[in-house]
Design a protein around this ligand. Structure first.
Ligand code: SAM
Length: 235
């Protein structure tokens, strides 16, 4: 596998993450070496043939910033008919998911260890996804860091390009100002219909398990805001 930084250009864009490569467990290191051929997709700035990658034609879900991958693994296990692609920059989380995918014998999971912005820009074909999940993206609470937030108009344009007509975008955050920012950004896209209607936020999706990050927020007394949008056919 190549590293998330290998394709750095001299003038880097503002990123939504800071790579802090903490220590990987021996099992995670082993997974990244031994299981990459089964589950990994190397980043390269070339469009993927997803039918060839998965060996079939199917509905496809993308989860961006999956952390340890528990939500993605749960979804993949519950939906063997859906191909699931996870994108995460931290190798420890990727290793964690690979181990889980092997332990649960998940055949419908593939992982890309790279910046989702570039993956969407270069690797994922237009209209190739039926759903996109972005759960608890880093909130970047300080004003001077707001530009690092993943959910911005240019990023949503990339999401919309990758999403099929009728495809769903689901997001969650435990930071109210970020939830409001997400809503404000998403509502500017006429192609997106808010599935919550006038209540603006949806109930927690029954298929979204509580992740480690969310549990931490709960301990700190944070609320959770879930958002769900559908792309119109007319977009
Ligand atoms: C706050 S954590 C939440 C993780 C997980 N979704 C959860 O709910 O536990 C945000 C994750 O997004 C990842 N991330 C941030 N920006 C990213 C990007 N541009 N591409 C891929 N992953 C990204 C981070 O590495 C981090 O693991």
């Amino acid at each position: 596998m190549n590293s998330p930084d290998e394709t750095d250009r001299p003038h880097r864009r503002i990123r939504s993450f800071v790579l802090r490569e903490g220590r990987l467990t021996a099992a995670q290191e082993r997974a990244l070496t031994e299981l990459w051929a089964d589950y990994g997709i190397d980043y390269s700035p070339a469009l993927l043939d997803l039918d060839a990658v998965f060996g079939r034609t199917a509905d496809r879900l993308l989860e961006i910033g999956f952390g340890t991958g528990d939500a993605l693994a749960a979804y993949a296990g519950a939906h063997p008919d859906v191909d699931c692609i996870g994108v995460e920059v931290h190798r420890s989380g990727v290793g964690h998911l690979l181990l889980k995918a092997q332990a649960e014998n998940l055949r419908n999971v593939k992982v890309i260890c790279h910046d989702a912005v570039e993956v969407l820009e270069h690797q994922l074909p237009a209209g190739s996804l039926t759903a996109i999940h972005v759960f608890f993206p880093d909130p970047w609470p300080k004003k001077r860091h707001h530009k690092r937030r993943l959910i911005q108009p240019a990023f949503v344009e990339r999401l919309l390009r990758a999403l099929k007509d009728g495809g769903e975008l689901r997001l969650a955050t435990d930071w109210q100002p970020y939830a409001e920012h997400m809503l404000a950004v998403l509502q500017t896209f006429p192609a997106l219909k808010n599935l919550a209607g006038e209540t603006l936020y949806v109930d927690r999706h029954s298929e979204r398990p509580i992740t480690r990050f969310e549990r931490r927020g709960q301990r700190l007394g944070h609320g959770v805001w879930d958002l769900a949008f559908r792309k119109h056919a007319s977009a």
